[in-house]
Design a protein around this ligand. Structure first.
Ligand code: OOB
Length: 539
């Protein structure tokens, strides 16, 4: 019912012919995220939905608190269909806020915890959001909120800075929940085919692009992920990746657990000891990791000090998992490994729990839905046969048809017949398992966080004594790739240090995960025979 308004703002809907098929085949249902929670409450009301430190929520409590928080936001001026930026560490209150927004039909824009004021301002501008909810880990944390209050983004004027202290009770950290006198009769009118939220693409164009996902398409991907990951009401999942990331939100993620009636345990840290302690204490069965965290855990001395025998499935995705690492995960943790190749734009692939080890180790598995269309093409967009390596393109019941409010970029990122050009290179094997072999576009994958070199280069060029710079990813045992800036100073006497560059970039309020891990000061770059900087020879 709000579709018309969104289309005017730059939303590209599913073509009606495909939408009809997705409805007819039962992929898209009529429920919204809030109704999905209500459904879980009716089946699992008194079961524990989430735990973090001393705090926990039953399904019923999560639902009641969400309604109260939603009523509070409404009272403060947030209206149905408003976009609201949300940034949070992995704290339990974030679930109340997300479902509070859904309760009143407002739409979260999921910012990563690492995003700085620079990214936040741009996301606010592009989404035309009305406000920003920031959950802070400490009372005196200086955050994007403090810096952003000077923004001059039209409509953007509602600031909610909630200090979340782990030792407090939930009602202590979100005192608004005590306001019982608010009108909690806040039925939202949104329909399942409306945009539910905006997620951010790591992207190759610098600033994050907005990804509009509908309730129907996203819930379908959750349902299918729950099936393929084997979640059930007994499932105990550890969430260690940032909660706002698509992987741990829905593939199957915490929403998968809420759908299945299980329990989510949140960790704010990725450190092995902290996570192993939680796995042992709560008898965790399932966890989703990026390869960099899997490596960290495997190499931890403390691995032998804990009983991790409850772990049944470790999912690894977000970046290429090397077969040798895949083998170690299976051997050392004695678990089923499930590779997940997905993207916030939609398409997700999983290896199956009954696949042979060879398939699990060597491939990124099969598409989630029989209606996902994946094609591998050559440079001209011509489809290639099975086993041929090429560009991975996709369309389907839960893959977007365009970024929000970005017409120019959409022309480049989508084909005329509606396929999303993932930018990934790979092939489909004889059994239709996908194998990702690389990327066509420049992008650094630092521990699953996607970083665009040109964006960082532009910032470093503003440093007074830098003449030229080239930012590359170099392979790193722990991070997958780390960020290296190769810098030519304006004058050979100019001293440029990593510390000063990092300080300078921090002052620009950009996300901390984009700040170079190392620099190299050189007299000149190496060039290809056509005169382009040869990035491969720089590392
Ligand atoms: C996930 O989502 P995004 O949007 O942060 O990043 C998507 C990109 C893919 O296009 C690909 O380049 C890379 O991340 N990627 C992988 C991979 N999984 C993602 N590359 C190689 N092997 C894999 N298994 O990262 C994401 C979203 C949902 C589920 C899982 C990951």
């Amino acid at each position: 019912m709000f579709l018309e308004q969104d289309i005017q703002q730059g939303y590209v809907p599913f073509p009606e012919s495909r939408a009809k098929q997705y409805r007819a085949e039962g992929c898209w249902k009529s429920n919204t995220h809030f109704q999905m929670l209500a459904d879980s409450v009716s089946r699992f009301g008194d079961c524990i939905a989430a735990i973090q430190d001393q705090k926990q929520l039953t399904y019923k409590q999560l639902y009641d608190y969400a309604i109260r928080y939603g009523a509070y936001l409404k009272h403060k001026g947030i209206r149905e269909t408003d976009f609201v930026l949300l940034q949070s560490p992995n704290v339990i209150e974030v679930f109340i806020v997300i479902f509070g927004l859904y309760a009143i039909g407002a739409r979260p824009v999921f910012c990563l915890h690492g995003h700085g004021a620079y990214e936040i301002e741009n996301i606010a501008r592009q989404s035309r959001a009305v406000g920003f909810i920031k959950l802070c880990g400490t009372a005196n944390e200086i955050t994007a909120v403090d810096v952003c209050e000077e923004f001059s983004v039209p409509n953007f004027q509602l600031w909610f800075r909630e200090t979340i202290l782990s030792q407090e009770t939930i009602a202590g950290s979100l005192p608004q929940l005590k306001h019982l006198n608010l009108d909690t009769n806040i039925q939202a009118l949104s329909s399942s085919e409306d945009i539910a939220f905006l997620q951010l693409s790591g992207g190759t164009t610098g600033l994050p692009k907005l990804i509009p996902r509908t309730h129907a398409d996203y819930i379908y991907s959750i349902e299918k992920s729950v099936e393929v990951a084997g979640l059930n009401p007994q499932t105990k999942q550890l969430v260690v990746l940032p909660v706002m990331h698509n992987f741990c939100m829905s593939s199957p993620g915490f929403l998968g657990v809420f759908y299945a009636g299980g329990t989510v345990v949140l960790s704010q840290l990725t450190q092995p000891r902290v996570c192993f302690e939680l796995i042992q204490k709560y008898k965790i069965e399932q966890v989703s990791l990026v390869p960099a965290i899997a490596t960290l855990w495997l190499n931890a001395e403390s691995l032998k000090d804990y009983d991790l025998s409850s772990l049944k499935v470790i999912q690894v995705g977000g970046a290429k998992l090397l077969p040798s690492l895949a083998e170690q995960i299976i051997d050392q943790f004695q678990v089923k490994l499930q590779q997940v190749y997905g993207m916030a734009e939609g398409l997700v692939n999983f290896t199956h729990l009954d696949d042979t080890n060879a398939v699990t180790i060597q491939t990124q598995g099969k598409k989630l839905s029989h209606l996902d269309e994946i094609r591998i093409t050559d440079h001209h967009g011509q489809a290639l046969p099975i086993n041929a390596i090429g560009h991975i393109q996709t369309r389907g019941p839960y893959t977007i048809n365009g970024y929000y409010n970005l017409h120019e970029i959409n022309r480049r990122s989508f084909t005329d017949d509606g396929f999303y050009k993932t930018g990934d290179i790979g092939y489909l094997d004889d059994d239709l398992n996908i194998v990702v072999t690389g990327r066509e576009k420049e992008q650094i994958n630092r521990s699953g966080e996607k970083v665009t070199p040109s964006e960082i280069e532009e910032f470093i060029l503003q440093y007074p004594t830098v003449k030229d710079v080239c930012v590359i990813g170099v392979s790193d045992e722990h991070l997958g790739e780390r960020i290296k800036a190769i810098i030519i100073p304006k004058h050979e006497d100019h001293e440029i240090s990593l510390k000063n560059i990092r300080k300078f970039l921090t002052g620009k309020n950009i996300a901390h995960f984009k700040i170079p891990d190392e620099i190299d000061v050189v007299a000149d770059f190496k060039y290809t025979h056509v005169g382009k900087v040869n990035r491969q020879k720089l590392g």
